[in-house]
Design a protein around this ligand. Structure first.
Ligand code: ATP
Ligand code: MG
Ligand code: ZN
Length: 511
């Protein structure tokens, strides 16, 4: 007795069809799984029999072998519970075969036969559509998520009994409604609360508009954390394609409680004690995306940058460079998208007061040096905008003037982004920060004044090749915020103010 159904397993963020073949033969009652099931899939053996028996179905008291193919793909995660159960039901002729062959199945079973919410359903539905299947049977709580995908019928079933009923034509599943975009996020903070800090506010507007990475340096209480958190309130909206990618990642991570399309750019701020696997992705068995991937198309905020483990900071180089991260494990490597904008904040030295006009730094020079080294090098190279956040005077803090609110800033950011999308539509770059240096140089239309300012900086500031490209990209964003086709002298001059050089031992702007 033989049955075959299509399941889907998740590798990284992608769903892969898996053929589940069940054979029932003579021998003592047993269930053997072959075809590279990971340990959690092996666990399924103990769940499936009680789930079948609690659903008014029969568990064949014979020797059952279930094979999962392709055999070279490691199958992880609980989503294969349902297809394995269906294979056994098909092999024991408890469900008819016609619909069985045209649908794929995914979901974790409870001992009572219920289908519980399972991470990764959006990827499963995308894979089913791509494989040309008629539809996909998923846990009812995930149906709205699966229905975000066009061109595939979604059956959301509360349990195994209903799935059997659907195949027999005795249970009519409700038509799931695609869960709409989640409501606009309530950040609870606004730029209006920030007094003064004109340069930092402006720098964050430029960062949001061009997708530039930012480093804020300043003494304790200067307002670095306050400023960085408000970056979330001025980020441009997500396109539908970007929203689907973000939603897929959050779904695989099991973080999609509300079920809907993620409606705004993620803002992730992991604590500096975070483990490497939580930051980059990992886990035993099923590999979950890390913070760098949960921040995909959004922002990763590393507050107190120097407190993070050195290897964690070093490991950010690959995602910052490629927009993706590869998690390597014994069982093979898994890749996740990880294209985020970085914002980092730090004190200038261990005591925090180096360069502060009001308080003396108490650090021995070599300690300051060591501290700076933590920040220097390859990571810093990828940060287009670096600036000192000065402490506000008492008068400024107590003063009446509230700053401009986030909403009008965000409107300017959106306009600047639209200009970039238009300009790079044929090249596929979403924003200035992602242009490779040579492309930025080639495409930058600069007035002769802008050119003169840049040329002057090469001599006066000792601008390196990388610094040169960075200045052009940031100046391009400044010009986009101004609605200018050409980079003028003023745009270039502003860009050059965002290049404080930490490695040179002084907090003065690079000179
Ligand atoms: N520009 C400002 N406008 C209004 N309040 C401010 C401003 N700067 C700082 N504050 C107040 O000071 C508090 C401390 O600021 P914040 O935590 O952002 O400092 P920080 O630079 O991150 O310091 P640390 O280095 O200790 O982390 C804020 O919660 C806020 O109440
Ligand atoms: Mg802080
Ligand atoms: Zn100090």
């Amino acid at each position: 007795m033989y049955g075959r159904v299509i399941g889907i397993t998740i590798v990284g963020v992608r769903g892969h069809p898996v053929a589940v073949e069940a054979h029932i033969g003579r021998g003592l009652p047993s269930l053997t799984l072959t075809g590279l099931p990971g340990a959690p899939v092996q666990d399924a053996r103990d769940r499936i029999r009680p789930a079948v028996e609690s659903s008014g179905l029969e568990w064949p008291l014979r020797r059952i072998v279930v094979n999962l193919s392709p055999g070279n793909l490691r199958k992880e995660g609980p989503g294969l519970d349902l297809p394995i159960a269906m294979g056994v039901l098909a092999a024991s002729a408890q469900v008819p075969g016609d619909r069985l062959a045209r649908f794929s199945f995914f979901g974790e079973l409870s001992l009572k036969g219920g289908l519980v919410a399972t991470p990764g359903v959006l990827s499963v539905a995308i894979a089913a559509a791509r494989a040309g299947l008629d539809g996909v049977v998923v846990p009812a709580p995930n149906a709205g998520e699966a229905a975000l995908v066009d061109g595939v019928r979604v059956v959301g079933a509360p349990g195994l009994a209903e799935v059997a009923g659907f195949l027999r034509g005795t249970w009519d599943p409700p038509t799931p409604r695609a869960s709409g975009a989640a409501e606009a996020p309530k950040h609870g903070v606004d730029f209006a609360e920030v007094r003064g800090q004109a340069q930092a506010r402006r720098a964050l507007e430029v960062a949001a508009a061009g997708g530039h990475n930012v480093l804020l340096v300043g003494s304790p209480g200067a307002g670095k954390t306050m400023l960085a958190r408000r970056l979330a309130t001025i980020l441009p909206g997500l396109s539908r394609g970007e929203a689907l990618e973000v939603t897929q990642l959050h779904s695989v991570a099991g973080m999609l409680d509300a079920g809907g399309l993620v409606g705004s750019r993620p803002f992730r701020s992991p604590h500096h004690s975070i483990s490497l696997s939580a930051l980059l992705g990992g886990g035993t068995g099923f590999v979950r995306p890390g913070e760098v991937s949960l921040a995909h198309h959004g922002v990763l905020f590393l507050d107190e940058l120097t407190e993070f483990r050195r290897d964690a900071v070093e490991a950010l180089r690959q995602p910052l460079e490629d927009g993706r991260v590869v998690v390597t494990r014994v069982a093979g490597s898994v890749e996740f998208p990880a294209g985020f904008t970085l914002i980092a904040a730090t004190n200038p030295c261990p005591c925090g007061y180096e360069g502060d006009p009001k308080r003396q730094c108490r650090c021995p020079p070599h300690r300051v040096e060591l501290y700076r080294q933590k920040l220097s090098g390859p990571l810093l190279d990828r940060i287009d905008i670096r600036l000192v956040v000065p402490r506000l005077s008492k008068r400024e803090l107590l003063g009446e003037t509230a700053g401009e609110a986030s909403t009008p800033i965000r409107a300017r950011v959106e306009e600047a982004r639209a200009r970039q999308r238009h300009r790079y539509s044929a090249l596929g770059f979403p924003c200035n920060a992602q242009l490779p240096g040579p492309v930025a140089r080639r495409l930058a239309r600069m007035s002769s004044g802008g050119h003169d300012v840049l040329a002057g900086a090469v001599d006066a500031l000792g601008l390196t090749g990388r610094g040169f490209d960075r200045a052009i990209k940031v100046a391009r964003t400044v010009a986009d915020l101004a609605g200018a086709e050409e980079i003028a002298a003023g745009h270039m001059a502003e860009a050059l103010t965002y290049r404080m050089n930490l490695s040179e031992g002084s907090l003065a702007r690079a000179g």
